[in-house]
Design a protein around this ligand. Structure first.
Ligand SMILES: Nc1ncnc2c1ncn2[C@@H]1O[C@H](COP(=O)(O)OP(=O)(O)OP(=O)(O)O)[C@@H](O)[C@H]1O
Ligand SMILES: [Mg+2]
Length: 326
């Protein structure tokens, strides 16, 4: 299967008052058509910047400074804004944690879904409205005819998230990037939205990058996982391997800190300490200060990713010492 998305050695800098700082370093991953990848890691690890880079939707003062991104044959990293406009929507689309911030409060839901169809496909008003209606049905919004003419504030949080998904799907993208799409929702609605994303994957062959803090979500929805720490992918591979037999002490700590993730009957244990800030990332392994198996050699150079099994990669040279690997 050839990759729909290929990210190679991606580096992203953010410019603060002290000049540019590296936020994301040497991130590489591939995603096939119809594949669902979980992207996990603590706050500030670079998940959102990595995702936004795929469609070059980066905020000001944030720039891609290295690497290459190819999406469905488009060299995203080399495209002009005008060329990017033909990719955002019809090839890849993104949804966010907070739909309210990404929906226009003074435009009806129907028009927000229909507008990109008119722009990208030159559809008539009636055709675009019919597509918008179909999309509302597809994302499980009841009573679509009256919902089309409502405004975002007339929708519940879960319905707003469904509407944002409908708008993202309007131009039939092949990749959907979902940045914590369920974090702001209550547990029942969360499960419904995840179910919807998986149904869309099955019915449309959509590839999905799902950013989440919740390993249980990854476990239920993803085929593969990439774990980020301090701007780098520290472990990646098939979900059963990464979550079942973590080969990086950070992933092992994340798994152990999830309810039900550790040994049954034992207390949850959080990973002690904090990840380093952008300005104080160490020269060696950024996890070393919190790592139970670190040694002095870990502090001198960033360990490269190495193979820990089929399609399974870890940035810990000492992974064979981990409990699950024994
Ligand atoms: N617009 C910005 N300006 C300056 N720094 C930024 C900006 N956006 C992100 N950063 C910094 O880049 C780093 C990575 O941020 P990013 O938002 O990608 O993290 P994240 O993994 O998505 O975190 P979270 O789980 O909190 O969403 C963080 O240190 C963050 O403070
Ligand atoms: Mg984020």
């Amino acid at each position: 299967m050839s990759a729909l998305l290929s990210v190679s050695d991606l580096c992203i800098d953010v410019t603060g008052s002290d000049g540019p700082m590296r936020a994301v370093s040497d991130v590489s991953f591939d995603l096939a058509e119809g594949e669902v990848m979980g992207l996990v890691g603590e706050s500030g690890s670079g998940k959102t910047l990595t995702c936004r880079s795929v469609l070059r939707l980066l905020p000001r003062k944030v720039a891609i400074t290295g690497g290459r991104i190819e999406l469905a044959g488009h060299r995203v990293t080399e495209m002009t804004e005008r060329q990017l406009a033909t990719v955002r929507g019809p090839v890849g689309a993104m949804i966010f944690q907070n739909p309210t911030a990404h929906l226009n409060p003074v435009m009806t839901i129907g028009n927000q879904i229909a507008e990109p169809v008119r722009i990208h496909e030159g559809a008539s008003r009636a055709e675009a409205r019919a597509r918008a209606r179909d999309l509302l049905v597809q994302v499980g919004i009841p009573d679509p005819d009256s919902r089309l003419d409502q405004y975002p504030h007339e929708f519940s949080g879960g319905m707003r998230q469904r509407a944002m998904i409908a708008a993202a799907l309007a131009c039939r993208p092949r990749l959907l990037i979902a940045d914590e799409p369920t974090t702001a929702l209550d547990v029942t609605v969360q499960a419904q939205i995840l179910r919807l994303l998986l149904d869309l994957r099955d019915s449309l062959g959509l590839a999905i990058i799902l950013v989440t803090h919740d390993l249980a979500v990854v476990s239920q929805t993803c085929e593969k996982v990439a774990v980020m720490y301090a701007g780098r992918i520290v472990e990646s591979g098939p979900k059963p391997a990464v979550l079942g037999r973590p080969c990086h002490p950070y992933t092992e700590g994340l798994v152990a800190s999830q309810p039900g993730g550790g040994v049954p009957g034992t207390l949850l244990k959080a990973i002690p300490g904090q990840p380093p800030g952008l300005s104080d990332r160490p020269p060696g392994c950024a996890f070393a200060p919190r790592c139970p198996i670190a040694r002095s050699s870990c502090e001198s150079a960033v360990p490269p990713l190495e193979s820990a099994g089929p399609a399974h990669r870890t940035a810990c040279p000492h992974w064979s010492e981990l409990g699950a690997a024994a």
